[in-house]
Design a protein around this ligand. Structure first.
Ligand code: ZN
Length: 182
């Protein structure tokens, strides 16, 4: 075998938890969970994945609370994933919260013991799909307003700094005067 290939084979490989592909162990981000090492391409990938998982859990919790069901079933998760292709979990969760009165009305008035999980959740998902774009645009607008507020705060900080600097120069003058007094 060529020397150069021997070196390549010697590189220890692990499976990235996110991509399920082999990556070099050196440089991979490693985290111990339940005494087992998990590897990720890098820390950012791990952090993003964790954030996504938390958002997903939070959405499931909200859905279960609003629909008054013990768990979100695999069928429901599958339906949610169809929307997830276009929208973040957080936006889906916000839409569920905003649609709660509509969903509650349906559960109270249109559902009986013959209503299947399929029919019930398909109705919910239709309501979510119809409202999610409005929720998202409103959310983006709110974020933008917050950003603008932050920007104007930064401008105020600059003004504060200018005032502070002026005070400092006043202080310096005072000390200059005290020098004269000495
Ligand atoms: Zn990866």
């Amino acid at each position: 075998m060529l020397e150069i290939f021997k070196d390549v084979i010697k590189i220890r490989q692990v499976i990235c938890k996110c991509h399920k592909t082999k990556i070099a162990k050196d440089g991979a981000y490693c985290i111990k969970i339940n005494n087992k090492n998990q590897y990720w391409c890098n820390k950012e990938e791990y952090d993003n994945n964790k954030k996504e998982q938390l958002a997903k859990d939070s959405l499931y919790k909200t859905v279960a609370e609003i629909l008054q069901i013990p768990i979100v079933t695999p069928f429901m998760k599958k339906e949610i994933e169809k929307i997830r292709v276009y929208y973040e979990y957080d936006i889906i969760r916000k839409t569920f919260i905003e649609s709660e009165p509509k969903l509650n009305w349906f559960i109270r008035n249109k559902m009986d013991e013959r209503t299947t999980e399929f029919a019930m959740f398909r109705y919910c998902i239709t309501v979510i799909a119809n409202n999610i774009n409005d929720v998202k645009s409103r959310y983006i607008k709110e974020l933008k307003a917050l950003e603008d507020m932050f920007k104007s705060n930064t401008e105020n900080d600059i003004i504060d700094d200018m005032i502070l600097n002026n005070n400092e120069s006043v202080d310096r003058n005072v000390s200059d005067i005290s020098q004269f007094l000495d």
